[in-house]
Design a protein around this ligand. Sequence first.
Ligand code: SF4
Ligand code: SF4
Length: 138
Amino acid sequence: MIEIMQADLVPWKRVKRWNCIRCGKCCEVLEVPVTHEEEKRLKKYGDVFIKSKIGVYLRKDRHCIFYTGKCRIYPERPIACRKYPFYIRYEGESSAFFRFGDEEYYVYLDKNCSGIGMGFRIEKVIENLIAELKNVKY
Ligand code: SF4
Ligand code: SF4
């Protein structure tokens, strides 16, 4: 997960619409952890990782190393980037409750994302995200 302050999370029911407007803010301010699979997949780009005791992250130079006005690895970006600004949990408050078939989740958004209030109906976006995440190889 991209680390975010709890105070910055808002339950999805307080958000009507969302779309990524490609402002690049998240590629600048957030630390992006990579999974072991992603590290193997992205190492072809060279020295793009920072390793610490708590994990492996994408290297940054103000923005993420892959940001050139847009993400240059968009189709293969890490799972943390695919999820952002959504945080999907198994516990939470009633205003974050989301039913997906017979599955139950609690979904929050980082209120700092510039795409909040834009674009698509939030329920549809969350359904598509959960469906997409089920198909991602971690
Ligand atoms: S901050 Fe939000 S709108 Fe801007 S690039 Fe990131 S996800 Fe997209
Ligand atoms: S991998 Fe792409 S989407 Fe993720 S932070 Fe870097 S530039 Fe942004």
